[in-house]
Design a binder for this molecule. Structure first.
Ligand code: ADP
Ligand code: MG
Length: 698
């Protein structure tokens, strides 16, 4: 929206005024004409398609019935009061009911008038009825409204102030009367042509008031393409600029790394690991700052790749740090890296929230002097007192738990030359999401598990069969293996249907009197957690009862069973992470998902998906479809994902096309300075108007 017209405050629109303007701002974030025109309908009512009452079947979703209201009756008393009305069309009669807003509806609804009712029919006592239908009097449908009537998102509060979908429709109708001359083209004619797109003007008109389904589809494609195109154009432009601007230290010497490869590498690297190490090596010897995302499924061996990268830094006189989101994970990394570091005479430290003051002072000093070459830590690394002699590499593990602004603090710890950055994700991210979130990073994927790994066998069992599941665990323990049993919550906070960890712990100790049981949860002191984890790791205990604190990173190769209680309460990504705690050794491993008999449809899909596949990328795709991108990545980054019309779960193809188109343009004209790109530059500037500039910090 480059024109000044679209910056006009919404209160100046006919039919809005100051009071409604305030409501639109607070409820929907609509401040200007530009905001309003981008408040796209989320659904359309097809005014040409009606169902007959007599044709309704139980499996129908939403239907539209046109008929006359025969009668209306207030039934029941007090809070149980409801309004019942009978609508009749040529084929029969159906009841409409309201349990909320009863008084208001009673005054509004006019007997003997013709209405269109939209809603979900449900069968009750052998007859269909419709609860809380959207209603509209046919005589009120105006000429201006096309047959596909837009339905807009509103809120309860807006509705209470009589700002309904229809009201917003009228506002848009007013706006679109004036807007066309201001709606200039925001893509290049070449792109519009190549993808046979409708013009921006046409798309905006048709998205709100489509002539028919075809013009609507064309408008949608155009707007989705444009939205995704600009997210990619912005990312790629940033990446290109950064590459051109930011120098990086050169890590070409490899004495210790060579020594490590020769004498201490505990296994052969997989081909995927080798390829990724090569990609990283190319980056850190290029003279430019590395910004790389490393994706790999659980257990694919990201840690060793991280260590090798850290060695590249220390071999060239730079320091390396790795930041993890939790203490447990930082500990785990520390333990894992320490065995290698010790053999090589590398000084490795650990800094977390629970590091003692005195120890902390020593660490700070060693980091400043450069004596400490590698450090593993949590957020504690970000504190101002933490200064490095020459920080050359930052590795951020389990990426999505850190906010961008937070991470950027790390990069600033070398004032002379920005450190190389390697971001590792614990959970695979769907391609579409990775492109949108990290489109400015180079991506490496470890798409191969170490040889000899057996697929984890996953089964679904009902709570009623817990004894048999316990029997199975016993068999595994007898073979010398260990087991995890995971519970969703620490306390019985929300209702008793949750399995309580403490109860679980008790019943487990009772069921396994001959074995020792550890317990770990989020409310324990870090030292106590660490102590228990260590006991389990050393095989001093046999069963680990835990909450999701063990979700990420924990590595006990001898554990071969993962039992997840109330599995339906967990998200897919979480289930996959938890399952990844087993199957880390050479033994056959098992994951048992326990649930009650009652399962929601989505819960069922999650369980079925887990049972069917071990592939983290496939699971991530399904997760995206079930939950949507915002939930998937947590709130920290939802801003990046504020897409108004495109849907990352459904529009993968458009995303791919638009990214390719953006890439082509950026490669040819990185500054967008060619005359044919003038409107791209203008538009991209207006888009970044209000957003923080993260361009230097990935
Ligand atoms: P993640 O990618 O989940 O962080 P880890 O780095 O923790 O995976 O590795 C999982 C397990 O696999 C560890 O026990 C590690 O020692 C082992 N591992 C990693 N790479 C290989 C390999 N190439 N061959 C055999 N085992 C490996
Ligand atoms: Mg890991």
């Amino acid at each position: 929206m480059s024109s000044g017209f679209f910056h006009t405050k919404i209160e100046f629109l006919k039919g809005v005024g100051p009071q409604r303007a305030t409501l639109l701002q607070t409820e929907l974030g609509i401040f200007t004409y530009g905001d309003l025109i981008q408040h796209y309908p989320f659904r359309y009512m097809d005014r040409t398609q009606f169902h007959q009452v007599a044709e309704l079947t139980e499996d129908m979703q939403y239907v539209q019935i046109k008929g006359r209201i025969l009668e209306k009756n207030l039934l029941g008393e007090g809070r149980k009061q409801r309004l019942s009305a009978i609508i009749r069309d040529a084929s029969g009669e159906m009841e409409l009911v309201w349990f909320k807003g009863v008084k208001f509806m009673t005054t509004q609804l006019k007997v003997n008038h013709e209405y269109i009712a939209f809603g979900k029919p449900s069968l009750f006592n052998g007859k269909f009825n419709m609860a809380h239908p959207e209603l509209e009097e046919t005589s009120e449908i105006k000429q201006e409204q096309t047959f596909l009537q837009p339905v807009y998102h509103t809120t309860e509060k807006l509705k209470n102030h009589r700002v309904e979908s229809k009201t917003i429709g009228r506002m848009l109708y007013e706006l679109l009367k004036q807007a066309p001359t201001h709606l200039s083209e925001t893509l290049t004619p070449e792109l519009v042509d190549r993808y046979r797109m409708v013009s921006k003007r046409e798309a905006m008109l048709q998205i709100h008031f489509p002539k028919n389904w075809d013009t609507l589809a064309a408008a949608r494609f155009r707007l989705k393409f444009e939205e995704l195109f600009y997210t990619q154009l912005k990312l790629l432009r940033t990446a290109t600029k950064r590459k051109a601007e930011l120098a990086g230290q050169i890590f070409s010497k490899t004495p210790t790394l060579t020594e490590f490869y020769k004498n201490h590498l505990p296994f052969d690297l997989t081909n995927a690991q080798k390829r990724v190490v090569r990609e990283i090596y190319q980056d850190v010897t290029s003279g430019k700052q590395m910004n790389r995302l490393l994706q790999g499924d659980v257990g694919s061996g990201k840690t060793i790749v991280a260590f090798v990268t850290m060695l590249l830094a220390t071999d060239n006189g730079a320091q390396a740090c790795i930041m993890a989101p939790t203490e447990i994970l930082a500990d785990q990394h520390y333990q894992g890296l320490k065995q290698y570091a010790d053999k090589l005479g590398i000084v490795l430290g650990k800094l977390t929230g629970s590091t003692k003051k005195a120890e902390r002072r020593v660490l700070h000093e060693q980091l400043r002097s450069g004596e400490m070459q590698m450090i593993v830590g949590t957020h504690a690394l970000l504190e101002d007192e933490v200064q490095f002699q020459n920080l050359g590499l930052c590795i951020v593990d389990e990426q999505h738990r850190f906010g961008v602004a937070q991470r950027s603090k790390l990069w600033q710890k070398n004032p002379r030359i920005i450190p190389h950055v390697l971001v590792m994700t614990a959970t695979p991210i769907p391609r579409t999401l990775a492109m949108t979130l990290y489109g400015d990073l180079e991506v490496s994927v470890i798409d191969e598990l170490p040889a000899g790994r057996k697929e984890i066998i996953t089964v679904h069992r009902y709570d009623a069969n817990r004894l048999r599941v316990f029997g199975f665990i016993k068999e595994q323990l007898k073979l010398g293996r260990q087991a995890y049993i995971v519970y969703p919550l620490i306390e019985e906070s929300e209702g008793l249907e949750y399995k309580d960890l403490m109860d679980g712990y008790e019943s487990v100790t009772r069921a396994f009197p001959e074995y020792r049981v550890s317990m770990v949860h989020g409310k324990m002191k870090p030292q106590d957690k660490d102590f228990e984890m260590q006991r389990f790791l050393k095989h001093e205990t046999h069963i680990m009862v835990a909450t999701t604190v063990i979700e990420v990173g924990v590595n006990v190769p001898n554990a071969s069973v993962m039992v997840i209680e109330n599995a339906e309460r967990f998200g897919l990504a979480q289930l996959h992470q938890l399952r990844g705690r087993v199957g880390r050794g050479a033994d056959q491993s098992y994951c048992v998902l326990m649930t009650g008999y009652k399962l929601s449809k989505e819960g069922k899909t999650r369980i079925e998906t887990m049972v069917r596949t071990n592939n983290g990328f496939e699971i991530a795709d399904i997760d995206l479809k079930l939950r949507g991108p915002g939930d998937l990545m947590g709130t920290q980054q939802s801003g990046v994902l504020d897409l108004l019309i495109a849907d990352l779960a459904k529009d993968a193809k458009i995303l791919k096309e638009s990214r390719a188109a953006a890439l082509e343009i950026i490669e040819k004209d990185p500054d967008l300075s060619l005359p044919e790109h003038t409107n791209l530059l203008r538009h991209i500037r207006s888009l970044s108007h209000n957003t923080v500039n993260w361009s230097r910090i990935s």
